[in-house]
Design a binder for this molecule. Structure first.
Ligand SMILES: *Cc1c(COP(=O)(O)O)cnc(C)c1O
Length: 354
């Protein structure tokens, strides 16, 4: 089976060997306060700095998932209210989780074919801005230029970015926002159960000023431990080891992304040139995501294509929430192999054109 699901998705083929290494070397049985773990933690952070261009004064945290990052931020970092700028289900979910934790939130919902126009309306509180870089549910993304304009427009704001299905897949301007986070089962090509959260020096200041300390994963506890390259709780050491080993073999994302962007371009052309009932969900090229492609079609045909693909050994991504029945999704994550993409295209062509 080859998975094109946008998370969990295909993992790098080397994961099997790295897992064995983690067991044989004893790292997964090391105490998380011990030298070997601290050393691993230090090394994986320098690999993240190299590969993702994380500025040296940003702090990296390990969490269990992107969902946990939503909670940590709501617990420890939102002072007055957060503004959630989104066009789909993951952005909406972040807002809902934040509200449940007890924060007041505001929504700025935009159409999936457009970009939110900057500056936002004057009446909106822009002290804390939550953005979803790639909206995995509909296959849209915020261009790097838009991120830069947002930073320039709101230099004082805390800008937090859910980059779960793009971090480590495409280049992201880490210095243009205060918080970036992702789970590793998307563009890192790793098994699920680990999240990475990257925070600017401003985040440390705000976290300590607020001093929220009620949860095992409260941000000031995490800072206190990470200053010693440790975590508040026993982390996913295997996941951290696999992250380290895959990053160690990786070129900087800025060099790697050309290949991924070309693959995305090829996928989009592939679907654009099909004559049948299926179309790309997103028509505006400038907002199309490079890492997740959503294809729209009649319900019966969407169900049929997913089933036939499964029988042929391909897992296509289901549609998500409002698009559950009328779309399917294809992950364009780095760990997916070119030969599998060719096979899937060969399989899809005759079905799509009917
Ligand atoms: C997958 C995804 C999440 C949720 O990730 P978990 O690992 O399940 O917490 C959140 N946001 C976006 C944009 C995603 O694609």
């Amino acid at each position: 089976m080859v998975s094109f699901y946008p998370g969990p998705s295909a993992v790098y083929p080397e994961i099997a060997a790295y897992t064995q290494e983690a067991i044989q070397s004893g790292i997964i049985s090391s105490n998380h306060r011990s030298g070997p773990f601290v050393d691993l933690c230090q090394k994986v952070i320098s690999e993240l700095q190299r590969v993702l261009e994380v500025p040296k004064d940003y702090t990296v945290f390990f969490t269990s998932s992107a969902t946990e990052c939503w909670e940590i931020l709501a617990q420890s970092l939102i002072e007055n209210q957060s503004l959630h700028v989104y066009n789909g289900a993951f952005g909406r979910r972040w807002k809902e989780v934040t509200e449940k934790i007890g924060c007041s939130t505001q929504a700025l919902v935009f159409d999936k074919e457009t970009l939110p126009s900057l500056p936002f309306e004057k009446s909106i509180d822009t002290s804390w801005i939550a953005l979803t870089h790639t909206e995995t549910s509909n296959g849209t993304a915020l261009p790097v230029e838009w991120m830069r304009t947002c930073r320039k427009t709101y230099p004082e704001a805390i800008i937090a970015v859910d980059a779960t299905s793009s971090l480590n897949g495409v280049y992201l301007p880490i210095d243009q926002a205060d918080i970036w986070y992702a789970s590793v089962q998307k563009c890192f090509g790793l098994p699920s159960g680990l999240g990475v959260m990257i925070c600017s020096p401003k985040v440390r200041e705000v976290a300590y000023r607020l001093g929220e300390n009620k949860h095992y994963n409260s941000l000031i506890n995490a800072y206190e431990m990470m200053d010693k390259f440790q975590t508040t709780h026993t982390p996913n050491i295997l996941g951290i080891y696999l992250l380290y080993r895959t990053l160690q073999q990786s070129l900087p994302v800025r060099e790697r992304e050309k290949n991924l962007l070309q693959r995305a371009e090829d996928w989009y052309r592939f679907f654009e040139t099909q004559k049948g009932d299926f179309q790309l969900l997103v028509t505006n090229e400038t907002v199309r995501a490079a890492t997740v492609i959503a294809i729209q079609g009649p319900e019966d045909r969407v169900a049929d294509i997913k089933k036939r693909a499964f029988d042929a050994g391909f897992v296509l991504g289901n549609g998500y929430k409002e698009y559950a029945k009328t779309t399917f999704r294809i992950a364009n994550f780095p760990a997916i192999e070119p030969k599998d993409i060719l096979h899937l295209k060969d399989f899809l062509s005759p079905i799509l054109s009917k």
